[in-house]
Design a protein around this ligand. Structure first.
Ligand code: SAM
Ligand code: SF4
Length: 328
């Protein structure tokens, strides 16, 4: 298989350059966030053999790199629960054309793993944190310890996994009274807090409509937040800053955001499917091709070409996979 990269980034049918691969390395998790996971974890647990091995994931990354992809994000489930993930990062880091490797994590294991991850070549972390109150944290995650996450954030700063982004899902009646506390985190620290609107998928698909609040609430409450120029046109976040603040506040509205036209990503699920679009049920099996010795370059190319122009979630398309199975 010729994996030479000619410097060109592959484009989809709509002339979008696809340069970003998001990899879910597991659908298991060490927390049970109420909007994401059922109390007893995932019900239809897949066998070890149903999941891509780390070597198989690496094969897919190499092919993606040969097609011009430059950014990789490792996610899950909880990616830090997958044994060997820093070895995978180390291997990806050896691929010259991959310029950015990041991870999305709940941060519980960062205190012990941040240093190793940094040494393996990880550039930065996004940490999910929906409340700054220890009791509320325990409630929303069903048993997690806020202290672990805060220590994980400190350790990530210490080993310079920067910039640190905090992902906060805004939930009506749960954390909409903490917006100010989160915004204030950005004042003295180079921390980027991103508020994500709750999506009606996973466990949240059955939640009452009062819990789904619009991100515009944040701008209504903080009129001193001023928009800042977009650094990355493909990012789903729109960024704001308080006057003189070191960090920024990002608003992500996954449902109604208008960034499909700038979307630059595809996703690889832990069970070996490529998802050209987060909000579509279309999946292309790469595991079967890997295991039967087929040319997976053709499969990845076809997945890129299959990327829909935009998602149709507003028009009632129902995403069958839960977030922990897609990788958020
Ligand atoms: N376990 C890791 C974590 O929590 O960061 C990575 C996987 S998690 C599925 C990725 C992101 O998806 C998290 O920030 C989580 O809050 C978000 N998420 C999960 N379910 C969601 C939902 N229904 N609506 C909005 N965001 C959701
Ligand atoms: Fe686990 Fe992340 Fe889902 Fe929470 S949001 S249950 S940490 S996968």
């Amino acid at each position: 298989m010729d994996l030479t990269h000619n410097g060109e980034i592959m484009k989809d049918k709509y002339e979008r350059k696809i340069e970003y691969l998001r990899i879910s390395v597991t659908d298991r998790c060490n927390l049970r966030c109420r909007y994401c996971m059922p109390q007893d974890g995932i019900s239809d647990k897949k066998s070890h053999d149903d999941m891509l091995s780390l070597e198989e994931i690496y094969e897919v990354v190499k092919v993606c790199a040969s097609l011009g992809m430059r950014k990789v994000r490792i996610t899950g489930g909880e990616p830090l629960t997958r044994k060997g993930v820093s070895g995978l990062i180390k291997n990806i880091n050896k691929i010259d054309s991959i310029k950015d490797i990041a991870i999305t994590t709940n941060g519980i294991q960062l205190k012990e793993k941040a240093k190793d991850l940094k040494e393996s070549g990880l550039k930065r972390v996004n940490i999910s944190l929906d409340t700054l109150d220890a009791e509320k944290y325990k409630y929303i995650t069903r048993f997690g310890s806020l202290k672990d996450v805060l220590e994980g954030i400190d350790e990530s700063k210490k080993v310079r996994l920067l910039p640190i982004k905090i992902n906060t899902v805004l939930i009506g009646g749960f954390n909409d009274d903490e917006i100010e506390d989160f915004v204030n985190l950005t004042v003295y620290d180079d921390i980027h807090v991103r508020f994500i609107e709750l999506m009606p998928i996973g466990q949240a698909s059955e939640w009452a409509k009062e819990k789904f609040v619009s991100n515009t609430l944040i701008l209504d409450r903080f009129n001193e937040l001023k928009p800042i120029p977009r650094e990355d046109e493909s990012s789903p976040a729109v960024y704001y800053k308080l006057p003189g603040a070191k960090g920024t506040v990002g608003l992500i509205n996954p449902i109604s955001h208008h960034f499909c036209k700038n979307c630059n990503r595809i996703r690889l699920t832990a069970d070996g499917k490529i998802k050209p679009c987060l909000h579509s049920n279309q999946e292309i099996d790469v595991k079967e091709a890997l295991r039967s010795g087929k040319d997976i370059r053709v499969i990845v190319e076809s997945a890129i070409k299959a990327k829909p122009q935009r998602h149709h979630i507003n028009e009632g398309e129902n995403v069958k996979r839960d977030m922990m199975r897609i990788g958020g």
